[in-house]
Structure formats: structure tokens, C-alpha cells
Design a protein around this ligand. Structure first.
Ligand code: LIY
Length: 332
């Protein structure tokens, strides 16, 4: 009796700057796609073969062709999803999706309108939402929920490692059903997700040089594997840039990176610090940019801090659906 799928490794095939994605297949025979496993959303969408060539961002990626799949089931319901940067529109279809060797019959969206900005910069084809079902557009059961209902995972969790050093391990790893001890050390610290069934937790403060500068009375942090950077309220990020010695354009002198102060996020009773190395992106020998951006997300969702790849690459993250909690451990 072989215990299958205790945990499944999906190695993102390529790391390009701060984009992390892995390969799935849809249809019979399988059509291959690169997708971001995105905790900030809960739907699966893929560019459609029926998208107009006018949509460069759709036409320049792998596209799903239902006419080539023997397991395709027609649906046709309209679909639209909003990201921080533009929305993707299309229609629903159903087919066999294989994620790390696990089969699910999945309702997903064929995207027929994909905004050029920023999707022409996408190194991935589509998005596989790993968020909770209650944020799924059209009430579609998300992929991970379909896998959970097969009762094949040892634990109802998934874990994400985002490599910081692209020259070493290309990309990272998502594990379904457990964690991978080769990518973290020490113990996990767990934080309960807040009420709304999103991958968000209570942030107690943001500090620089030991002084809490922002979120002094507590605020919300979204742990978002679909974001590259760290997003905070605009005024706070502007002030933060000054505090760490970056210009208004978020640039810094590359030889000053070592001396930059750590930025700490307090979760539970623990400080999670990012050094200059962690929060600076080297775009070349002499162009260093702070990987923060200011965005005012209006209430009731905002004000929030969105912690993306810059944070996750330093702190190995376990997303626990059984206990509704997020665990952090120091990444290798
Ligand atoms: C994964 C979907 C998603 N989900 C959530 N929750 N947040 C956001 N922001 C995105 C999102 C949408 C579009 C794009 C994106 C991310 N990109 C970042 C990949 C991050 O990979 C981890 C790339 C990029 C390149 C240049 C400038 C901006 C963005 C391509 C475009």
C-alpha cells in the first residue's frame, strides 16, 4: 500500500527577478502552463486560445485550447478578477488539472482579456489562487480545497520557500501537505489568521533601529505569495524610505546596502527583521532599489501591509488550513 501525496514538490521552473512560479497541466492530452501559486487570490485562470491577438499579454503566453482536450467540459459563465494592477476577464471552463501529480477536475477561467500592464512583464502564464474559498470569484471551489477533499495529504497545509539567491537554487518550492525542513531552520512561530478567512494576520508594529514608526496601534498584514514586494500605506512607506536613507525613487547607492538599517515587523511576540540585503533588489551593479511600494488600500480591507516575496524569501512560510494559522521559520 503506497501512501501517495504525503507532500508534493512543485519546483517553480524559473526564477526571474522576483517572480516565482511552477508548472501545472490542464486537459488530456496535458497542456503545460506556468502559474504563480498565489495566496492573495483563490481562482485559477490561464490565457485562452480564444483571446484576441490584440491582447499582447495573452497572446505572448501559453494559451489553453479546449478543442484539443478530450476531458474539457463547457461552462461559459463570465469571469473577471481584479489585481492591484488591472483586472483579467474571460469565461469559465472545466477540465482535468494536474498539480504536482495530483489530479483535480477543476472549474477555472480562460482569460480572453489580460491587461498589457503589468502582464507583459509576467514570466508566468496564469495564476493558481491558494487563498480561502470565500474570496473565490463566482464561488468556485479552489484547487487546494479540491485536493483537501481527496484526503490524500498528510496535513491540511502548504508551505512556500522562495529562494533569495537566484544563482543557487533556481526559484523555490511549494510543498502541499507539509513543510520541507531542508529549507528552514529553527522552530515555527504561528499566528492565527484573522476572522475573514484570508491569509492575513495581526501586525503589531513596524520598526526601524528599534523604534516602532508605523502600525503603532496594530494593523493587518496580508502574507501574499503573489506579490513581489512589500506594500504599505503610502505615507508610511514614504517616511520609511527616508528612515533607511533611500531616495524618493526608492533607489539607494549599492555600496551602502550593507550599512542600511533592518526593518522589523512584529508578529505575536516576535520581531521579524529584514536586513538591507533582504529588502534591496539589485537591478545591476549600480542600481539598487528598495523593494517596498506605497499603496493606500481603502477600508474595510485597508490599511494593510502586504508582505510578498521580499519577506517570504527570508521567512519560510507554512499556510495551515486545518488550524487557520500561518507559521514562520527562518529560511535557509
Ligand atoms: C500573481 C498574480 C498576483 N497576485 C497578487 N496577489 N498580487 C499581484 N500583484 C499579482 C500580480 C499580477 C500581475 C503581475 C505580477 C503579480 N507580477 C509579480 C509576480 C510575483 O511573483 C511572486 C509581475 C510584475 C512584474 C513587474 C511589475 C509588477 C508585477 C507580472 C505581472
Amino acid at each position: 500500500f503506497i501512501i501517495v501525496h504525503n507532500w508534493v514538490i512543485q519546483r517553480p521552473s524559473t526564477l526571474s527577478e522576483t517572480q516565482y512560479f511552477g508548472e501545472i497541466s490542464i486537459g488530456s492530452p496535458p497542456q503545460m502552463f506556468n502559474v504563480v501559486f498565489d495566496t492573495g487570490s483563490a481562482n485559477l485562470w490561464i490565457p485562452s486560445a480564444s483571446c484576441s491577438p490584440l491582447y499582447t499579454a495573452c497572446f505572448s503566453h501559453n494559451r489553453y485550447d479546449s478543442s484539443q482536450s478530450q476531458t474539457y467540459i463547457k461552462n461559459g459563465t463570465g469571469f473577471s478578477i481584479q489585481y492591484g494592477s488591472g483586472n483579467v476577464r474571460g469565461f469559465l471552463s472545466e477540465d482535468l488539472v494536474m498539480v504536482g501529480g495530483i489530479p483535480v477536475i477543476q472549474v477555472f477561467a480562460e482569460a480572453t482579456a489580460v491587461p498589457a500592464l503589468p502582464f507583459i512583464f509576467a514570466k508566468f502564464d496564469g495564476v493558481l489562487g491558494m487563498g480561502y474559498p470565500n474570496i473565490a470569484i463566482d464561488g468556485i471551489t479552489p484547487v487546494f480545497d479540491q485536493i483537501l477533499s481527496q484526503h490524500i495529504l498528510k496535513e491540511e497545509v502548504f508551505s512556500v520557500y522562495y529562494s533569495r539567491d537566484p544563482h543557487n537554487m533556481p526559484g523555490g518550492e511549494i510543498v502541499l501537505g507539509g513543510t520541507d525542513p531542508s529549507y528552514y531552520h529553527g522552530e515555527f512561530n504561528y499566528l492565527s489568521t484573522s476572522k475573514t478567512g484570508k491569509w492575513e494576520i495581526e501586525l503589531k508594529g513596524v520598526s526601524v533601529r528599534g523604534e516602532t514608526l508605523f502600525c503603532k496601534d496594530g494593523c493587518t498584514a496580508v502574507i501574499d505569495t503573489g506579490s513581489s514586494y512589500i506594500i504599505g500605506p503610502a505615507a508610511s512607506v514614504t517616511q520609511l524610505m527616508k528612515a533607511v536613507g533611500a531616495t524618493e525613487l526608492y533607489t539607494v547607492n549599492c555600496d551602502k546596502v550593507e550599512a542600511m538599517p533592518s526593518i522589523s515587523f512584529e508578529f505575536g511576540g516576535t520581531e521579524y527583521s529584514l536586513t538591507g540585503e533582504d529588502y534591496i533588489h539589485w537591478f545591476g551593479e549600480d542600481l539598487c532599489v528598495v523593494t517596498f511600494s506605497g499603496l493606500d488600500i481603502p477600508p474595510p480591507v485597508g490599511p494593510v501591509w502586504v508582505l510578498g516575496a521580499s519577506f517570504i524569501s527570508r521567512y519560510y512560510t507554512e499556510f495551515d488550513r486545518h488550524n487557520n494559522r500561518i507559521g514562520f521559520a527562518r529560511a535557509v
